[in-house]
Design a binder for this molecule. Sequence first.
Ligand code: NAD
Length: 286
Amino acid sequence: MVGKQISGKDIAKQLRDRLRHQVLNEDCFRKRPPKLAAVMVGDYPPSKIYVSAKQKACQEAGIDSELYHLPSSTSQLQLVECLDFLKNSPTVDGILLQLPLPSHLSESAALLAMDPEKDVDGLHPISLGKLLSGQPGFRPCTPAGVMHLLDTIGVDLPGKHALVIGRSFIVGKPMALLLMEKGADCTVTLAHSQTQNLPELCLSADILVAALGKPEWIQGSWIKPGAVVIDVGINRLPNGKIVGDVSFSEACKRASAITPVPGGVGPMTIAMLLKNTVDSAKKRLA
Ligand code: NAD
């Protein structure tokens, strides 16, 4: 059996086209288009690539975007002042704080200083608390994108064993919560760097979400035959090639469906950021 590749690229494009249609046609957007403000501190090269990809996607969907590029010498107070300015700016619907920040800045303090009503990345403690308590709110973009992928390809989730590998607050933990929420109803196991018997756990997973950030760590022989494999990892090899956390060529021989890297989860993260921005603008303009 050869695993069917899940094209996150195509599914993200469909979602972005729907959002563009919504922005062009819904009455509330006649007043003004939705607007995303991206805040980037310093010149970390991958952040520059991610931010410009997000801005390009905004433009294609008819969403205004503005980049606040602060120097790497920015103090915590200056960053908070910028976030406050955006909080009070009536035409800004969504704020994206591009992580990581330079090491002298506190990410948790910066996230806390953001306006939770404009937290389209879904990483403010209030957004995460809403996720935990099952209230509506912005969901973190990467795990929300994974849920959208699973829904679009019609994966039957209730009662299935989902294994999430990685416990970051950006991917792993919210991913586990979304998979166990009412409606998804998976039985969820969360594995992390201290987990023992990872191969055995993988072999019992109907849905495997790998977000550990280790190139091709998950071996094909660990995949339960017929499992759905979602590879969140983005790892650059010394030769410049980008690979995921799963050994793709082996895993796709056993999986029933699998996301490639690149072209899987990555494009979904951006599409969900746009969706959260449009939803935020709609709420504010209605
Ligand atoms: P992180 O470094 O914050 O977390 C990695 C997690 O993996 C940790 O919780 C750790 O306990 C766990 N882990 C490490 N080694 C392990 C092992 N051997 N066995 C089991 N668990 C192990 O990383 P993150 O921010 O959650 O990102 C994870 C990966 O996903 C990275 O490659 C990152 O680049 C990628 N990522 C992709 C997207 C996207 O849009 N596709 C978005 C965010 C992150």
